[in-house]
Design a protein around this ligand. Structure first.
Ligand code: ADP
Length: 159
């Protein structure tokens, strides 16, 4: 049984992330979406909120599970029994950072491989931070995130 993890901040989840989840879930027997407690960033959404949003949106995928984690991603992957780590590549700008990360991880965890999925062209420009920035100025974000997520972002910026 091949277990994969898809780690990230998901603050919040976008259509770009969902596209990767959908495609990756067909390549492994089980896909665990790992939501990172990132101490260097102050998230807009709490861990609970981020996990719940992803759970709601992935309910129809029988082999997808959502978990939160702290610390090294490779340790999380090992705890999950995963041998594959999924990452999305949007543009060349992602490439250098992602390559360095994958190569470092390979040294500290040779049993785990990073699998890159290139984004759907439709979402190649899309990032959680852009969505938040647009929403903070009252812009339209319905093309980037599902309706429920849109509602939650708008509530945050109303406060
Ligand atoms: P991180 O803080 O780890 O970059 P993100 O939540 O921003 O967390 O991203 C998690 C993963 O999803 C990364 O591999 C990132 O490249 C990928 N990703 C982000 N946005 C998109 C998108 N629009 N299309 C495809 N993959 C994406």
């Amino acid at each position: 049984m091949i277990v994969g993890v898809y780690p990230g901040s998901f603050d919040p989840i976008t259509y770009g992330h969902l596209d990767i989840i959908e495609r990756a879930s067909k390549m492994v027997d089980k896909l665990i979406v790992g939501v990172l407690v990132n101490s260097s960033k102050t998230p807009l959404f709490s861990m609970d909120e981020r996990v719940r949003m992803i759970e709601d949106l992935t309910r129809d995928y029988a082999n997808v599970e959502v978990r939160s984690f702290d610390g090294l991603t490779v340790n999380f992957a090992r705890d999950c029994g995963a041998t594959v780590m999924v990452r999305g590549l949007r543009a060349v700008t992602d490439f250098e950072y992602e390559l360095q990360l994958a190569q470092t991880n390979k040294v500290i965890a040779p049993d785990i491989d990073t699998m890159f999925l290139t984004t759907n062209l439709k979402y190649s420009y899309l990032s959680s931070s852009t969505v938040k920035e647009i929403a903070s100025y009252g812009g339209m974000i319905h093309e980037f995130v599902p309706e429920n997520v849109e509602k939650k972002i708008k509530e945050k910026y109303k406060k």
